[in-house]
Design a protein. Structure first.
Length: 95
C-alpha cells in the first residue's frame, strides 16, 4: 500500500495595502519589486467602510466601496506598467 501524500506547492504571496497615498505607492513599488524578484503573486488590498447614515460624523480619508475599488484598479495598473509579467490580484475589503 502506498501511504505517501502528494503535496502541491502553493505559490508564495505578498500582500500590500494601498490607499492612494504617496507612502502606499512606495510600499506598492517595494512589494512589486519583491514579488517580481521572488516569483510571488502580488495581492493588492484596499480597505473601505460603509457610507455612514445622515447625521453621523465622517472620518476623513476613509474610502467607500467605489473609491477602494478605484484605488486597487490604479495600483494594479501601476504595477503592470512596471512589471508586465507579474501576477497581480486585487481586492477591496470592508474594515
Amino acid at each position: 500500500m502506498n501511504t505517501q501524500t502528494t503535496v502541491t506547492p502553493t505559490k508564495q504571496r505578498i500582500v500590500v495595502g494601498v490607499d492612494g497615498s504617496d507612502c502606499a505607492i512606495r510600499a506598492l513599488d517595494y512589494a512589486a519589486e519583491e514579488a517580481d524578484r521572488t516569483g510571488a503573486v502580488l495581492i493588492v488590498v484596499s480597505v473601505c467602510s460603509v457610507v455612514p447614515a445622515a447625521g453621523l460624523i465622517v472620518t476623513p480619508n476613509v474610502l467607500d466601496q467605489a473609491g477602494a475599488d478605484e484605488v486597487v484598479r490604479q495600483a494594479i495598473e501601476h504595477v503592470q506598467d512596471r512589471f508586465p509579467g507579474l501576477v497581480t490580484k486585487g481586492e477591496a475589503v470592508f474594515g
